[in-house]
Write a new protein. Structure first.
Length: 231
């Protein structure tokens, strides 16, 4: 009995590790919308049996991150325009909540990471390679918004923001929006930080403008894609 319990605990731990491994690959944009997840390939790469990989993928299906078709394939779900809009609404709400909590329990020392991220954003345009510049901008943007939530010191806000980001492939978002926002990229984030430094509730307004700009561009691109499809 003791051996069975020990084996169950170990198996559960391994499933958790595989689950986190796959989540991190999605968050870091190593996996994209529509990508297939092949259980055998993953297990071979990780040097483990297929069972924990299969269980981890079932958890991803439960989280609505992947879609499994019996006797066919498993792939990362592609959210439609309505779902992306809903994700943005909730994500913006969580970040506004985080800002309010931070301003209510102000601690300037918590802004150090945001300072570093914003400084790095200012130098992004000096990167000569278009692909490298876009990738770095995307990474910094993800880091900035995740850090906003960490300012709340609320584990639930941090957790649910991370879950939302799993459904919102930032590589796809940036591919559609970065070119249009490039000139405002540093300034829009810097303005939010400046408001936080001065303990100003205007940070909420600046965040609102930032999200509205991104969403307007995504909407325009979606409409163009739909128009091209109909031709």
């Amino acid at each position: 009995m003791a051996k069975q319990e020990k084996k169950a605990i170990f198996t559960k731990s391994l499933v958790d590790q595989v689950y986190e491994h796959l989540l991190n690959r999605i968050i870091n944009n190593e996996l994209y919308y529509g990508d297939n997840l092949k259980i055998k390939d993953i297990s071979e790469k990780l040097g483990i049996s297929t069972m924990p990989v299969r269980e981890a993928i079932k958890r991803l299906e439960y989280d609505r991150i992947v879609e499994i078709k019996p006797r066919s394939s498993c792939h990362i779900r592609t959210p439609d325009a309505t779902e992306i809009a809903q994700i943005y609404e909730v994500r913006e709400g969580l970040e506004k909540m985080a800002i309010n909590l931070f301003l209510s329990n102000y601690d300037a020392s918590l802004l150090k990471t945001l300072h570093k991220i914003t400084q790095d954003m200012e130098s992004v345009n000096s990167i000569t390679s278009d692909a490298a510049r876009s990738r770095k901008a995307m990474e910094l943007d993800q880091g900035f918004h995740a850090e906003l939530c960490r300012l709340s010191c609320n584990d639930y806000i941090i957790h649910y923001h991370r879950q939302l980001c799993l459904h919102l492939n930032m590589a796809a978002v940036h591919a559609k929006s970065y070119a249009s926002l490039k000139e405002e990229y540093f300034h829009s984030h810097s303005e939010i930080l400046q408001c936080l430094e001065s303990r100003s509730a205007d940070a909420i307004q600046k965040l609102d403008i930032h999200f509205n700009n991104v969403w307007a561009i995504l909407n325009q691109n979606t409409q163009k894609e739909e128009a091209q499809t109909l031709k």
